[in-house]
Design a protein around this ligand. Structure first.
Ligand SMILES: CC(C)(COP(=O)(O)OP(=O)(O)OC[C@H]1O[C@@H](n2cnc3c(N)ncnc32)[C@H](O)[C@@H]1OP(=O)(O)O)[C@@H](O)C(=O)NCCC(=O)NCCS
Length: 170
């Protein structure tokens, strides 16, 4: 981890981050979702949202100057809602993914630590929420999150994606 630098993502990173999402989600969710569910979800899971890429609170790690191997961030806006949803002190985890070749090396934790630091400074955050994949549950629990319910992520009018609603008091 010593040579890994966390950078703020920009719109020009969108294609590389989308490629990371494809590698990560297609491999690391296989044990927890049926193949047809995962296949239907992949276009949504692998889409790098432009507003997130340009938010200045979305971060990435590159493999020594090359491909993007980890990404994740936070927003004050709840995913899928508008600015009206912003609550004082509450931050939301956004679109974490680590390359399958680089998991369990602390990259996800490094990115979350950066989120916590920046959300405290910019938004006086005291609490984080996330909509976790079933596969990332133990990662978030290790970071201090607790499950407060299940969540069906509304990917399309006829398709929802089983997720967990989790919360972490800072
Ligand atoms: C979830 C994810 C981001 C974790 O990234 P990571 O870089 O591997 O996580 P870290 O190495 O920082 O893990 C920190 C700690 O979390 C726990 N943890 C992480 N992944 C775990 C797993 N698969 N099973 C059990 N515990 C896990 C461990 O305690 C780990 O510490 P340790 O390795 O010293 O035991 C990564 O597995 C991933 O991209 N998953 C697929 C995409 C996804 O589901 N993203 C979440 C979107 S909500």
């Amino acid at each position: 981890m010593a040579d890994r630098i966390v950078e703020i993502a920009s719109l020009s990173d969108a294609d590389a981050i989308s490629a990371l999402f494809t590698r990560s989600y297609s491999q690391l969710l296989k044990d927890d979702y049926a193949p047809d569910v995962l296949a239907r979800a992949m276009p949504f899971l692998s889409f790098a949202k432009p507003e997130l890429m340009s938010s200045c609170s979305y971060y990435l790690v590159k493999e020594t100057g090359k491909r993007v191997i980890a990404a994740g961030g936070w927003t004050a806006v709840r995913p899928g809602t508008s600015e009206k949803s912003v609550q004082p002190g509450l931050a939301h985890v956004r679109h974490f993914a680590v390359d399958p070749e680089f998991t369990r090396q602390g990259l996800g934790k490094v990115l979350f630590d950066r989120c916590v630091h920046d959300a405290k400074v910019a938004h006086a955050a005291t609490r984080f929420e996330c909509y976790s994949t079933l596969s990332a549950r133990r990662f978030y629990e290790k970071l201090g999150f607790e499950i407060i319910g299940t969540f069906e992520a509304p990917f399309a009018s006829d398709f929802t994606f089983p997720s967990l609603h989790m919360v972490c008091e800072l």
